[in-house]
Design a protein around this ligand. Structure first.
Ligand code: NAP
Length: 253
């Protein structure tokens, strides 16, 4: 698999799964556009990517909930590379709590990055993806379809994202643009620390999740990255509108 001369735009590349996606594509010789808010983290990942094949990524600091920053991201990408071949909508946040704990601000915060920003960025990238006959991979979650009581806005945002994936896959198929999602189970990243869980609480959760996962293992970020690269490659040229579960069998229960 080779992404030589392919321009791959990855949101949320400064941490966790997005960083793993960036590193994976850098080893496949892609020209990368790495997007995040934390400058130091983004630079660190960019440097790591550059070391793989000597190709310096374009890094763009952007809060994707800000419309002008999304517009600027696409402009900078086109100014630098003239095209976009692969869009990976990965940036996202989580929340804890159900309807009894809810307030509408949490709903707005989660939906604005997990769904609205994806809608906006995708909308701006689509003309370029049609031109390149490119593809989109969205990073969703098993919680888009597996019901739980712990993180309601997050679950809703990922359910919306899955439907978005399927609707635009159908719309863009005649244009030769494929659209899929990966739907991971739990992956150990910063996402839970950012909602306020301590290291000990995360470790306890990890132990519980491994214990009840049929394959008795956690999904690793690099495995999600490899699945995304497959979905973005010619090896999957008949796959569109799919939401691919990668969860060690969790959703079977
Ligand atoms: N970890 C899991 O168990 C799991 C499971 C299923 C799906 N996912 C999905 O995987 C994706 C990545 O999550 P992760 O686990 O890797 O979490 P993470 O380590 O917390 O990374 C989240 C990334 O999203 C970026 N981001 C958040 N809000 C942003 C905003 N407003 N504008 C621009 N960038 C923003 C962050 O950028 P900065 O850090 O630079 O601010 C960071 O790079 C998310 O969509 C998540 O829902 C995660």
């Amino acid at each position: 698999m080779d992404f030589n001369d392919k321009v791959v735009l990855i949101t949320g590349a400064s941490s966790g799964i997005g960083a793993a996606i960036a590193i994976h594509f850098s080893k496949l010789s892609a020209k990368l556009v790495l997007v995040g808010r934390k400058e130091n983290n983004l630079k660190k990942i960019a440097l790591y990517c550059e070391k793989a094949k000597g190709i310096k990524p374009l890094t763009v600091l952007a809060d994707l909930t800000e419309d002008l920053e999304v517009e600027n991201l696409v402009k900078q990408t086109i100014d630098q590379y003239g095209k976009i071949d692969v869009l990976v909508n990965n940036a996202g946040v989580m929340n804890m709590g159900g309807i009894k704990d809810a307030n509408v601000e949490i709903y707005d915060k989660v939906m604005s990055i997990n769904m609205r920003a994806v809608y906006h960025l995708t909308n701006l990238c689509v003309p370029h993806l049609i031109q390149s006959k490119g593809c989109i991979v969205n990073v969703s979650s098993i919680l888009g379809s597996k019901v739980n009581t712990n993180c309601l806005p997050y679950n809703i945002s990922k359910a919306a994202l899955d439907h978005f994936t399927k609707c635009i896959a159908l719309e863009l198929a005649p244009d030769g643009v494929r659209v899929n999602s990966v739907n991971p189970g739990f992956v150990k990243t910063n996402i839970l620390k950012d909602v306020g869980l301590t290291e000990d609480q995360v470790e306890l959760l990890v132990k519980n999740i491994v214990g009840r996962t049929p394959l008795k293992r956690l999904v690793e970020a690099c495995e999600v990255a490899a699945l995304i690269a497959f979905l973005a490659s010619d090896q999957s040229k008949s796959i569109t509108g799919s939401c691919m579960t990668i969860d060690g069998g969790s959703k079977l229960q």
